[in-house]
Design a binder for this molecule. Structure first.
Ligand code: NAP
Length: 306
Protein backbone atom coordinates (compact mmCIF):
# COMPACT_ATOMS: atom_id res chain seq x y z
CA UNK A 1 0.00 0.00 0.00
CA UNK A 2 1.44 3.37 -1.05
CA UNK A 3 1.70 5.82 1.83
CA UNK A 4 1.07 9.54 1.59
CA UNK A 5 4.46 11.15 2.19
CA UNK A 6 3.44 14.35 3.92
CA UNK A 7 0.25 16.14 4.83
CA UNK A 8 0.68 19.02 2.38
CA UNK A 9 -3.04 19.45 1.79
CA UNK A 10 -5.99 19.76 4.10
CA UNK A 11 -7.56 16.49 5.18
CA UNK A 12 -11.27 16.38 4.31
CA UNK A 13 -13.53 13.65 5.67
CA UNK A 14 -17.06 13.06 4.38
CA UNK A 15 -19.32 11.31 6.91
CA UNK A 16 -22.19 9.47 5.24
CA UNK A 17 -24.79 8.27 7.76
CA UNK A 18 -27.98 6.37 6.95
CA UNK A 19 -29.60 7.66 10.18
CA UNK A 20 -31.77 10.76 10.51
CA UNK A 21 -28.97 12.50 12.40
CA UNK A 22 -25.29 11.93 11.79
CA UNK A 23 -23.85 10.27 14.88
CA UNK A 24 -21.50 12.76 16.58
CA UNK A 25 -19.34 9.87 17.84
CA UNK A 26 -16.87 9.54 14.97
CA UNK A 27 -16.76 13.25 14.01
CA UNK A 28 -15.90 14.14 17.62
CA UNK A 29 -13.18 11.51 17.77
CA UNK A 30 -11.72 12.82 14.50
CA UNK A 31 -11.84 16.42 15.74
CA UNK A 32 -9.32 15.53 18.44
CA UNK A 33 -7.20 13.39 16.11
CA UNK A 34 -7.02 15.93 13.27
CA UNK A 35 -7.99 19.39 14.56
CA UNK A 36 -7.25 20.95 11.15
CA UNK A 37 -9.38 18.54 9.15
CA UNK A 38 -12.56 19.67 7.41
CA UNK A 39 -15.57 17.44 8.17
CA UNK A 40 -18.55 17.24 5.81
CA UNK A 41 -21.61 15.57 7.37
CA UNK A 42 -24.41 13.90 5.39
CA UNK A 43 -27.44 12.46 7.23
CA UNK A 44 -30.34 10.31 6.01
CA UNK A 45 -28.21 9.04 3.14
CA UNK A 46 -29.98 6.71 0.75
CA UNK A 47 -28.20 4.47 -1.77
CA UNK A 48 -29.69 6.52 -4.64
CA UNK A 49 -27.86 9.65 -3.37
CA UNK A 50 -24.44 8.09 -3.18
CA UNK A 51 -23.14 8.03 -6.76
CA UNK A 52 -23.53 11.77 -7.08
CA UNK A 53 -21.90 12.56 -3.72
CA UNK A 54 -18.95 10.32 -4.59
CA UNK A 55 -18.53 11.78 -8.08
CA UNK A 56 -18.63 15.30 -6.67
CA UNK A 57 -15.95 14.31 -4.16
CA UNK A 58 -13.71 12.58 -6.74
CA UNK A 59 -12.91 15.38 -9.14
CA UNK A 60 -12.50 18.88 -7.61
CA UNK A 61 -9.12 18.26 -5.94
CA UNK A 62 -7.59 16.38 -8.90
CA UNK A 63 -5.75 13.02 -8.80
CA UNK A 64 -3.27 14.20 -6.15
CA UNK A 65 -5.73 16.09 -3.98
CA UNK A 66 -8.28 13.28 -3.88
CA UNK A 67 -5.81 11.24 -1.82
CA UNK A 68 -6.46 13.70 1.02
CA UNK A 69 -10.21 13.18 0.82
CA UNK A 70 -11.61 10.36 3.00
CA UNK A 71 -15.04 8.91 3.58
CA UNK A 72 -16.63 7.33 6.67
CA UNK A 73 -19.83 5.31 6.18
CA UNK A 74 -22.04 4.58 9.19
CA UNK A 75 -25.63 4.20 10.33
CA UNK A 76 -27.83 1.66 12.07
CA UNK A 77 -29.09 0.04 8.87
CA UNK A 78 -26.26 -2.39 8.11
CA UNK A 79 -27.81 -3.66 4.86
CA UNK A 80 -28.15 -0.10 3.56
CA UNK A 81 -24.56 0.63 4.59
CA UNK A 82 -23.38 -2.45 2.65
CA UNK A 83 -25.36 -1.28 -0.39
CA UNK A 84 -23.80 2.18 -0.12
CA UNK A 85 -20.29 0.71 0.15
CA UNK A 86 -20.84 -1.26 -3.07
CA UNK A 87 -21.99 1.89 -4.89
CA UNK A 88 -18.98 3.84 -3.60
CA UNK A 89 -16.61 1.10 -4.81
CA UNK A 90 -18.28 0.93 -8.22
CA UNK A 91 -18.30 4.71 -8.68
CA UNK A 92 -14.61 5.37 -8.00
CA UNK A 93 -11.96 4.63 -10.61
CA UNK A 94 -8.21 5.35 -10.86
CA UNK A 95 -6.75 7.87 -10.31
CA UNK A 96 -9.78 9.44 -8.57
CA UNK A 97 -10.02 7.10 -5.58
CA UNK A 98 -10.10 7.78 -1.85
CA UNK A 99 -9.99 5.74 1.35
CA UNK A 100 -13.29 4.65 2.89
CA UNK A 101 -13.89 3.51 6.50
CA UNK A 102 -16.96 1.34 7.10
CA UNK A 103 -18.31 1.01 10.64
CA UNK A 104 -22.11 0.83 10.82
CA UNK A 105 -23.11 2.01 14.33
CA UNK A 106 -19.64 1.05 15.56
CA UNK A 107 -20.31 -2.64 14.89
CA UNK A 108 -17.08 -3.44 13.02
CA UNK A 109 -14.75 -1.82 15.53
CA UNK A 110 -16.74 -3.19 18.51
CA UNK A 111 -16.68 -6.69 17.02
CA UNK A 112 -12.96 -6.43 16.27
CA UNK A 113 -12.26 -5.38 19.86
CA UNK A 114 -14.52 -8.06 21.37
CA UNK A 115 -13.01 -10.91 19.33
CA UNK A 116 -9.45 -9.67 19.99
CA UNK A 117 -10.15 -9.46 23.74
CA UNK A 118 -11.42 -13.06 23.80
CA UNK A 119 -8.33 -14.11 21.86
CA UNK A 120 -6.16 -12.33 24.44
CA UNK A 121 -7.84 -14.19 27.33
CA UNK A 122 -7.78 -17.47 25.43
CA UNK A 123 -4.02 -17.21 24.92
CA UNK A 124 -3.41 -16.04 28.47
CA UNK A 125 -5.32 -18.92 30.03
CA UNK A 126 -3.80 -21.68 27.92
CA UNK A 127 -6.64 -22.27 25.46
CA UNK A 128 -4.52 -21.14 22.51
CA UNK A 129 -5.68 -19.23 19.44
CA UNK A 130 -9.21 -19.22 18.02
CA UNK A 131 -8.76 -21.92 15.37
CA UNK A 132 -11.11 -24.89 15.93
CA UNK A 133 -12.41 -23.38 19.18
CA UNK A 134 -16.12 -23.63 19.91
CA UNK A 135 -17.59 -20.16 20.27
CA UNK A 136 -21.18 -19.32 21.24
CA UNK A 137 -22.39 -15.83 20.37
CA UNK A 138 -25.50 -15.04 22.41
CA UNK A 139 -28.07 -12.84 20.62
CA UNK A 140 -25.79 -12.69 17.61
CA UNK A 141 -28.34 -11.33 15.14
CA UNK A 142 -27.52 -7.62 15.61
CA UNK A 143 -24.79 -5.69 13.77
CA UNK A 144 -22.15 -6.45 16.43
CA UNK A 145 -23.06 -10.16 16.65
CA UNK A 146 -22.91 -10.60 12.89
CA UNK A 147 -19.50 -8.94 12.62
CA UNK A 148 -18.11 -11.06 15.49
CA UNK A 149 -19.46 -14.23 13.84
CA UNK A 150 -17.67 -13.30 10.61
CA UNK A 151 -14.39 -12.69 12.44
CA UNK A 152 -14.56 -15.93 14.46
CA UNK A 153 -15.48 -17.81 11.28
CA UNK A 154 -12.50 -16.34 9.45
CA UNK A 155 -10.28 -17.37 12.38
CA UNK A 156 -11.48 -20.98 11.95
CA UNK A 157 -13.69 -21.18 15.05
CA UNK A 158 -16.86 -23.27 15.11
CA UNK A 159 -19.61 -20.82 15.94
CA UNK A 160 -23.08 -21.19 17.42
CA UNK A 161 -25.08 -18.00 17.00
CA UNK A 162 -28.29 -17.66 19.00
CA UNK A 163 -31.50 -15.70 18.63
CA UNK A 164 -34.90 -15.77 20.28
CA UNK A 165 -36.21 -16.66 16.84
CA UNK A 166 -35.24 -19.84 14.99
CA UNK A 167 -35.78 -18.11 11.66
CA UNK A 168 -33.52 -15.13 12.52
CA UNK A 169 -30.84 -17.49 13.86
CA UNK A 170 -30.84 -19.58 10.68
CA UNK A 171 -30.99 -16.59 8.32
CA UNK A 172 -28.16 -14.79 10.11
CA UNK A 173 -25.95 -17.89 10.16
CA UNK A 174 -26.59 -18.40 6.45
CA UNK A 175 -25.66 -14.76 5.73
CA UNK A 176 -22.42 -15.06 7.72
CA UNK A 177 -21.44 -18.38 6.10
CA UNK A 178 -21.99 -16.81 2.67
CA UNK A 179 -19.78 -13.85 3.59
CA UNK A 180 -16.90 -16.06 4.82
CA UNK A 181 -17.35 -18.73 2.13
CA UNK A 182 -17.45 -21.64 4.62
CA UNK A 183 -19.98 -23.40 6.83
CA UNK A 184 -18.57 -22.29 10.18
CA UNK A 185 -21.66 -20.80 11.82
CA UNK A 186 -24.77 -22.60 13.04
CA UNK A 187 -27.91 -20.69 13.99
CA UNK A 188 -29.73 -21.91 17.11
CA UNK A 189 -32.90 -20.69 18.81
CA UNK A 190 -32.23 -19.86 22.46
CA UNK A 191 -34.74 -17.82 24.41
CA UNK A 192 -35.02 -19.57 27.81
CA UNK A 193 -32.11 -20.11 30.22
CA UNK A 194 -32.26 -23.86 29.47
CA UNK A 195 -31.98 -23.20 25.73
CA UNK A 196 -29.15 -20.74 26.31
CA UNK A 197 -27.45 -23.28 28.58
CA UNK A 198 -27.63 -25.95 25.88
CA UNK A 199 -26.21 -23.46 23.35
CA UNK A 200 -23.13 -22.88 25.55
CA UNK A 201 -22.66 -26.50 26.67
CA UNK A 202 -19.80 -27.22 24.26
CA UNK A 203 -18.43 -23.67 24.09
CA UNK A 204 -14.82 -22.78 24.94
CA UNK A 205 -15.71 -19.11 24.54
CA UNK A 206 -19.04 -17.35 25.16
CA UNK A 207 -19.62 -13.81 23.88
CA UNK A 208 -22.82 -11.91 24.62
CA UNK A 209 -23.79 -9.41 21.91
CA UNK A 210 -27.36 -8.68 22.98
CA UNK A 211 -29.14 -5.34 22.96
CA UNK A 212 -28.29 -2.78 25.63
CA UNK A 213 -29.79 -3.62 29.03
CA UNK A 214 -30.64 -7.26 28.24
CA UNK A 215 -29.41 -10.02 30.60
CA UNK A 216 -28.79 -13.13 28.49
CA UNK A 217 -26.84 -15.52 30.69
CA UNK A 218 -27.47 -16.09 34.39
CA UNK A 219 -24.74 -17.34 36.70
CA UNK A 220 -26.74 -20.46 37.61
CA UNK A 221 -27.01 -21.35 33.93
CA UNK A 222 -23.26 -20.88 33.49
CA UNK A 223 -22.64 -23.10 36.55
CA UNK A 224 -24.95 -25.80 35.22
CA UNK A 225 -23.89 -25.82 31.56
CA UNK A 226 -20.53 -24.03 31.32
CA UNK A 227 -18.13 -26.79 32.42
CA UNK A 228 -16.10 -26.54 29.18
CA UNK A 229 -16.09 -22.73 29.03
CA UNK A 230 -12.85 -20.82 29.73
CA UNK A 231 -13.52 -17.34 28.32
CA UNK A 232 -16.51 -14.99 28.66
CA UNK A 233 -17.08 -11.57 27.11
CA UNK A 234 -19.94 -9.08 27.05
CA UNK A 235 -20.41 -5.93 24.95
CA UNK A 236 -23.48 -4.64 26.79
CA UNK A 237 -22.50 -1.95 29.31
CA UNK A 238 -26.07 -0.98 30.22
CA UNK A 239 -27.48 -2.64 33.37
CA UNK A 240 -28.50 -5.37 33.54
CA UNK A 241 -25.42 -6.44 31.59
CA UNK A 242 -25.41 -9.47 29.29
CA UNK A 243 -23.71 -11.95 31.63
CA UNK A 244 -24.42 -12.13 35.36
CA UNK A 245 -21.25 -11.89 37.42
CA UNK A 246 -19.29 -10.02 34.74
CA UNK A 247 -19.12 -6.25 35.27
CA UNK A 248 -18.43 -3.75 32.44
CA UNK A 249 -15.08 -2.80 34.02
CA UNK A 250 -13.84 -6.39 34.47
CA UNK A 251 -10.74 -7.11 32.44
CA UNK A 252 -9.71 -10.65 33.38
CA UNK A 253 -12.15 -11.64 36.08
CA UNK A 254 -12.46 -15.22 37.26
CA UNK A 255 -16.26 -15.32 37.15
CA UNK A 256 -16.35 -19.00 38.15
CA UNK A 257 -13.34 -21.26 38.80
CA UNK A 258 -11.37 -21.47 35.53
CA UNK A 259 -13.73 -19.14 33.61
CA UNK A 260 -12.27 -15.70 32.87
CA UNK A 261 -14.23 -12.74 31.57
CA UNK A 262 -13.87 -9.32 30.00
CA UNK A 263 -16.58 -6.68 30.32
CA UNK A 264 -18.10 -4.11 27.99
CA UNK A 265 -16.11 -1.05 29.05
CA UNK A 266 -12.79 -2.87 28.51
CA UNK A 267 -13.95 -3.91 25.07
CA UNK A 268 -15.26 -0.38 24.48
CA UNK A 269 -11.93 1.28 25.24
CA UNK A 270 -10.11 -1.05 22.81
CA UNK A 271 -12.86 -0.28 20.26
CA UNK A 272 -12.22 3.47 20.56
CA UNK A 273 -8.47 2.94 20.17
CA UNK A 274 -9.06 0.77 17.10
CA UNK A 275 -11.33 3.40 15.55
CA UNK A 276 -8.72 6.11 16.11
CA UNK A 277 -6.06 3.92 14.46
CA UNK A 278 -8.40 3.27 11.52
CA UNK A 279 -8.71 7.02 10.93
CA UNK A 280 -4.93 7.46 11.24
CA UNK A 281 -4.42 4.63 8.76
CA UNK A 282 -6.98 6.15 6.40
CA UNK A 283 -5.24 9.53 6.65
CA UNK A 284 -1.94 8.12 5.45
CA UNK A 285 -3.16 5.72 2.78
CA UNK A 286 -4.46 7.04 -0.52
CA UNK A 287 -7.20 4.50 -1.26
CA UNK A 288 -8.94 1.30 -0.20
CA UNK A 289 -11.85 0.16 1.98
CA UNK A 290 -11.15 -0.29 5.70
CA UNK A 291 -13.86 -2.54 7.18
CA UNK A 292 -14.06 -5.23 9.89
CA UNK A 293 -10.94 -6.96 8.56
CA UNK A 294 -8.78 -3.85 8.90
CA UNK A 295 -10.31 -3.14 12.32
CA UNK A 296 -9.50 -6.68 13.51
CA UNK A 297 -5.91 -6.53 12.23
CA UNK A 298 -5.44 -3.34 14.26
CA UNK A 299 -7.14 -4.81 17.35
CA UNK A 300 -4.86 -7.87 17.22
CA UNK A 301 -1.78 -5.67 16.94
CA UNK A 302 -2.99 -3.68 19.93
CA UNK A 303 -3.28 -6.75 22.12
CA UNK A 304 0.13 -7.78 20.71
CA UNK A 305 -0.72 -11.16 19.25
CA UNK A 306 0.59 -10.54 15.73
N1 NAP B 1 -18.78 -0.47 23.35
C1 NAP B 1 -19.18 0.05 22.19
O1 NAP B 1 -18.54 0.94 21.69
C2 NAP B 1 -20.41 -0.48 21.53
C3 NAP B 1 -20.68 -0.10 20.21
C4 NAP B 1 -21.80 -0.63 19.59
C5 NAP B 1 -22.62 -1.48 20.31
N2 NAP B 1 -22.33 -1.79 21.60
C6 NAP B 1 -23.19 -2.72 22.36
O2 NAP B 1 -23.15 -3.97 21.71
C7 NAP B 1 -24.38 -4.64 21.89
C8 NAP B 1 -24.87 -5.15 20.56
O3 NAP B 1 -25.13 -4.06 19.69
P1 NAP B 1 -26.09 -4.25 18.44
O4 NAP B 1 -26.29 -2.92 17.83
O5 NAP B 1 -25.56 -5.38 17.61
O6 NAP B 1 -27.40 -4.74 19.23
P2 NAP B 1 -28.93 -4.84 18.80
O7 NAP B 1 -29.03 -4.99 17.34
O8 NAP B 1 -29.66 -3.74 19.46
O9 NAP B 1 -29.35 -6.20 19.56
C9 NAP B 1 -28.69 -7.43 19.32
C10 NAP B 1 -29.68 -8.57 19.49
O10 NAP B 1 -30.17 -8.60 20.83
C11 NAP B 1 -31.37 -9.37 20.82
N3 NAP B 1 -32.36 -8.77 21.72
C12 NAP B 1 -32.96 -7.57 21.62
N4 NAP B 1 -33.83 -7.38 22.63
C13 NAP B 1 -33.79 -8.51 23.38
C14 NAP B 1 -34.47 -8.94 24.55
N5 NAP B 1 -35.35 -8.16 25.17
N6 NAP B 1 -34.19 -10.15 25.03
C15 NAP B 1 -33.27 -10.97 24.44
N7 NAP B 1 -32.59 -10.62 23.33
C16 NAP B 1 -32.85 -9.41 22.80
C17 NAP B 1 -31.90 -9.35 19.39
O11 NAP B 1 -31.78 -10.67 18.90
P3 NAP B 1 -33.04 -11.58 18.53
O12 NAP B 1 -34.23 -10.67 18.36
O13 NAP B 1 -32.62 -12.24 17.27
O14 NAP B 1 -33.18 -12.52 19.68
C18 NAP B 1 -30.95 -8.42 18.67
O15 NAP B 1 -30.71 -8.79 17.32
C19 NAP B 1 -25.33 -3.64 22.58
O16 NAP B 1 -25.43 -3.97 23.94
C20 NAP B 1 -24.65 -2.31 22.38
O17 NAP B 1 -24.93 -1.40 23.43
C21 NAP B 1 -21.24 -1.34 22.21
Amino acid sequence: MMELSSQTRKLVILFLDTDKHVSPFEPLLVTDLFPDAQLLLYSNVEPKDVKRIVQDAMFPRGPEGVKYTKMFIGGYDVKKVEEIVEIVKKTMFPPFEFTVIVDPRGANTTAAAAVAKTLELSLKHGLGDLKNKNVTILAGTGPVGVATAILYGLEGSNVILTSRSQERALNTAQRVNKEIGAEKVKGVKAATQDEIGKAIQKADIVLATGAAGVRLLKLDTLKKYGSRCKVLADVNAVPPTGIEGLKPSDKDKEVLPGIYGVGALRIGSLKNAVLAELFKLAAKTPKGVLDYKAAYEIAKKMIKVM
